[in-house]
Design a protein around this ligand. Sequence first.
Ligand code: FE2
Length: 429
Amino acid sequence: MFDLLATNATLPDGRTADIAVKDGTIAAVEPGITAAAGETIDATGCLVSPPFVDPHFHMDATLSLGIPRLNRSGTLLEGIALWGELKPTLTVEAIVERALRYCDLAVAQGIGAIRTHADISEPRLVTVEALLEVKARIADYIDLQIVAFPQDGYFRAPGGEAAMARAIDMGVDVVGGIPHFERTMADGARSVEALCRIAADKGLPVDMHCDETDDPHSRHVETLAAETVRFGLHGRVAGSHLASMHSMDDYYVSKLIPLMAEAELHAIPNPLINITLQGRHDGYPKRRGMTRVPELMAAGLNVAFGGDCVMDPWYSLGNADMLEVAHMAVHVAQMTSPAAMRQAFDAVTVNPARAMGLDGYGLAPGAKADFVVLQARDPVEAIRLKATRLAVVRRGEVIARTAPRVATLALKDRPATVDPAAYAPPLDS
Ligand code: FE2
């Protein structure tokens, strides 16, 4: 007797199977399972995916939109300045309350794991204290990793080095950085070296905001790749944003991408935010500013898309919807072939799970029984529709449900209802 059975599910790879769960673990994934189950979900015609994973988020700032005022220019730098005004007034209680509300939304949207940056430029480290509390309180429904993120610069901000040491002692999971925000290119390179050394000493992974700028000469990703190799951190280092790669010349990039591949860097662009914040200093034509996703994928790098911001000083929109993130990436990177759109779906599921080193992730026997039932027939349709999350399952329990999206029509000689997932022909590969 199984605890839960999802029948007739369409898996992301196109197979149709039943998914049986016992004791919080996937017991079987195969067609025609006949054993009884405590609860059965009829997933006929539905894509069933492992949970969405957001590998780059700022949970200390989320839902703070308008406090103390809105970002008038819309730029990254005004966002940082605005956040700087808000920081001295932050309390642990306020951050926890906003973060928990965000996590309610994230669960409803099928997110099962988040890597959040915690700004350690706030000298009281209330961000770290609050997010450690949040991590414990949401452990039953979201796996949270916390990055110690020196927003105002590891060397540039007073006390940056000491704050990183304190944050690590408090129990953060990942060492962050922001080399392009240091005073000079040389300081930026020095910060990459220092932070990779700390990560190697402490046995922690690295995830840096790296080259979030349209300046093609911002080449800290080159240093990040080199220091990753020098400290033997292969596969444990992520470069977030990498926006300057959009503006670099192709000849230099032809050297850079193999160095990144050698270091097994994870690349984490944030499509909604990159297309919103980059190119702000341009006239026309305006650069898109997202890193070179298809080229990085073609070179074998693991590319994962992050959400980055929801209703905060940098971005007034967002809905914890990783399908919206993938949808934007498809457009900005022109990843419109069926194969490329399926890669975009991977970039909000399996790829970020790999970047975060999640254990037991995936739809396979022995994995944790975490999955999402979507009102879509395949990954491409899921992205197209930003599909409704009909059921969200965590360790074999349904923890969120949303009613199917169906419109009723009052039209002469036309159908009575429209189901957005039921009328388009599937795409061929
Ligand atoms: Fe970020």
